[in-house]
Design a binder for this molecule. Structure first.
Ligand code: HEM
Length: 89
């Protein structure tokens, strides 16, 4: 199967901490649907926007990607995370 741009961006920038949709630093703050709904602000009202906000700005031990990734790349990786959260990684 063709590998999406979102998947490539995730592998290159996120998988070091979030391999398989997990979280190696704060184990409960995964990228799974239930965790996003519980811990990520505004996830239930606007999921993609909530992920974009976290990626742009970072939080605590997670670095900010604004300036490192373009806004198009951030949108692609956010859509990839959302799709995998919905599908169950
Ligand atoms: C949390 C996405 C890169 C460390 C999160 C959350 C999302 C996310 C959506 C919220 C999860 C939740 O609260 O359940 C991403 C994406 C990345 C990325 C798409 C790549 C563009 C990284 C990297 C690290 C990291 C490289 C480690 C150096 C963390 C940590 C949290 C977190 C520690 C919890 C923050 C807190 O609430 O204290 N990430 N992440 N992330 N991420 Fe990332």
């Amino acid at each position: 199967a063709e590998i999406s741009n979102g998947a490539k961006i995730f592998e290159a920038n996120c998988a070091s901490c979030h391999i398989g949709g997990g979280n190696i630093l704060i184990s409960q703050k995964t990228l799974k649907k239930e965790a996003l709904s519980k811990y990520l602000e505004n996830y239930d009202s606007d999921s993609i926007e909530a992920i974009i906000h976290q990626v742009q700005n970072g939080k605590n031990a997670m670095p900010a990607f604004k300036g490192k990734l373009s806004s198009e790349e951030i949108l692609e990786v956010a859509a990839y995370v959302f799709q995998n959260a919905e599908q169950g990684w």
